[in-house]
Every structure is written in C-alpha cells, then in structure tokens.
Design a protein around this ligand. Sequence first.
Ligand code: IMP
Ligand code: MG
Length: 177
Amino acid sequence: MSEKVRILLSEEEVDKKICEIAQQISKDYEGKEVHLVCVLKGGVFFMCELAKRITVPVSMDFMALSSYGNGTESTGKIKVKKELDESIEGKDVLVVEDIVDSRRTLSFLLGELQSRNPASLHLCTLLDKPDRRVVDIKADYTCFEIPDEFVVGYGLDYAQRYRNLPYIGIVEIEKED
Ligand code: IMP
Ligand code: MG
C-alpha cells in the first residue's frame, strides 16, 4: 500500500483566509488583549500564522488533549495531557483549533475553560466538518467548512505524519497488486 496526498486547500488559499479572519478578530477585539489558547499539537501552525496577523495585543498559552488514537476515528474519551501554564480568569480567551469534527473534544474543553471564569470565551477553527457534528457547537470564526474526509497538513496529522505540509490535503491510500 502507498499513500498519496491530494490538495484540498492550497497554501495561498489558506494564507488568504487566515489574513481575513485575523483582520476580523482584530476588529472584534479592538481595545482589548486577546489570550489565544492553542490546542496542541494540531492547532500550533494555525495559531502562529493567525497570531502574526492580529493587530491587537496577543498573549498565548497551550493545552494538550487526547481524543484520537493513531487512527482516523475518535474513541470518544478525552483527557487533558498538558495543562495551561497561566490562569485564564478575567481574560478574553480565544481557543484556536485545527479542526472541529464530532465536537466532543471541544465540548469538554469549552466546559472546562468556562468554569475558570474568563472575561469572554470564543472559538476560532481552521477547519469545520459540519456533517460530523454530534455536539451542537458553532465556532465564532471558521476559516473553511470541509466535507467529511480525513485531512492532513497545516498541523493536522495522520499517525503523527504530514503536520508540516503547508497546505491541506486528503490522504489517499492506494492498494498495489
Ligand atoms: P472532535 O471529533 O471534534 O472531538 O475532533 C478532535 C480532534 O480530532 C481534532 O482536534 C483533530 O486533532 C482530530 N481530527 C479530527 N478530524 C481530523 C482529520 O480529518 N484529520 C486529522 N485530525 C483530525
Ligand atoms: Mg485538535
């Protein structure tokens, strides 16, 4: 078997969209400081590109959760693997995600963060798979809605590979006979 990655969203398309979303965030948070909370590892590439283009003051923290094994289907069980370094109490928190799929991870994460009394709590995601929703959460900022396909690149992995691709692609497994 061999794997091929077909481009779904090019580097140019992704960059252009991130600029637009960063502009919108900068407008919405005018006069405030935005505290970005990145969900590792997948959110990190998007967070960096987004943060570079936001014009209001930015601070950042990182959290790691686990919901997937090494495959492509969620196990439904979520654990905190790495805690935030700083308290979010009184801060304008913007969660930065790579992708929202079933939203099980997010519903756990948003509940957890809300209980820590931020001044506000919003969500920004690079990708959204609306068809896969099992929990009803809508992101405040979504770069792209995509079909129900397993995607990689821009931080997203398949068994820890392909995170470094500068575009979003679909992994195609080819059987050799
Ligand atoms: P959830 O199903 O919304 O809880 O998704 C949780 C996590 O699964 C995401 O943050 C990703 O890390 C991972 N995930 C979901 N869909 C994909 C995909 O198409 N490619 C790579 N990772 C994915
Ligand atoms: Mg993630």
